[in-house]
Design a protein around this ligand. Structure first.
Ligand SMILES: N[C@@H](CC(=O)c1ccccc1NC=O)C(=O)O
Length: 253
């Protein structure tokens, strides 16, 4: 396995607008690649947070990219606000689609997205709404896997009022746009969604994922998995989660 770090995805130059690429020793041209998006409430986190997961996937033969994106600062004067996080990641995914061949010498037939927490909001928007990526890139996406996801800002604020001042009002200052970025809108694309959530998540309760799954279960191939015993970020270190995620790379082609 080798890691190629800090590949800029073009356009605006910024250290976060980069991907890290985890390349297995033996490449399997018949499986999809993975594209991972970290969480941290749009204000914190780093693509390196997903290094252990990316390393594990690459050791299991999956070419894996981790995406950085610019973050909101909580000083009240951040120029980085929604929807810039999602557009950054969409730009990164587009670059990966257009340039992956330079790194692995074949064009993979598909990509599986994974987003954790706020990252799941980002990958949810990109996979289900129109406008973030071209139709060509969208048709490359075979599935989106959400772990401990956020799906609706309005609903999250209602369930957890303290999250407003903590991060929601910083990252999404324009409340008139909240509805547009809700994943409860009618999906434009029918890309299968996998919803993973641990019952012991102390930051986001399982019931929110359970309710959201009712909404996406109309998309054929969608599924959900309730895990037990992991707190919010512990899911990302769980062998059970690695096994679950790697299962989608042998099944979907
Ligand atoms: N680490 C973040 C908090 C955070 O990540 C978070 C908190 C509550 C619910 C979800 C969270 N993360 C989602 O991406 C912070 O310190 O602002």
């Amino acid at each position: 396995m080798k890691i190629i770090e800090n590949i800029p995805y073009g356009g605006i130059i910024h250290p976060n607008r980069c991907l890290d690429l985890y390349i297995p020793d033996k490449l399997n041209e018949s499986i999809s690649i993975a594209f991972l998006v970290h969480g941290g409430a749009w204000c914190t986190g780093d693509r390196k947070d997903l290094g252990p997961l990316a390393t594990e996937l690459a050791n299991r033969g999956v070419v894996t990219a981790t995406a950085g994106y610019r973050l909101t600062t909580k000083d009240g004067k951040s120029e980085i606000v929604a929807p810039m996080h999602t557009q950054d990641v969409a730009d990164g995914l587009t670059m990966l689609h257009d340039r992956i061949k330079e790194y692995i010498h074949f064009q993979p037939s598909g990509v599986v997205l994974h987003g954790h927490s706020a990252g799941a909001h980002i990958t949810g928007l990109i996979s289900l709404q129109s406008g973030w990526v071209s139709d060509t890139v969208a048709s490359w996406i075979k599935r989106n896997v959400s772990s401990e996801g956020i799906f609706c800002i309005e609903q999250l604020l209602k369930e957890y009022p303290s999250y407003g001042d903590w991060f929601l009002f910083h990252a999404f200052p324009d409340r008139s746009t909240w509805d547009r970025y809700s994943l409860y809108k009618k999906p434009f694309r029918k890309i299968p969604q996998t919803i993973v959530h641990s019952e012991q998540d102390s930051l986001l309760r399982y019931a929110l994922s359970d309710e959201y799954f009712k909404h996406v279960s109309e998309i054929p191939g969608s599924d959900s998995h309730l895990l037990h015993g992991y707190d919010h970020d512990e899911v990302l270190q769980a062998k059970e989660f690695y096994d679950l995620l790697s299962g989608y790379f042998v099944l979907i082609q």
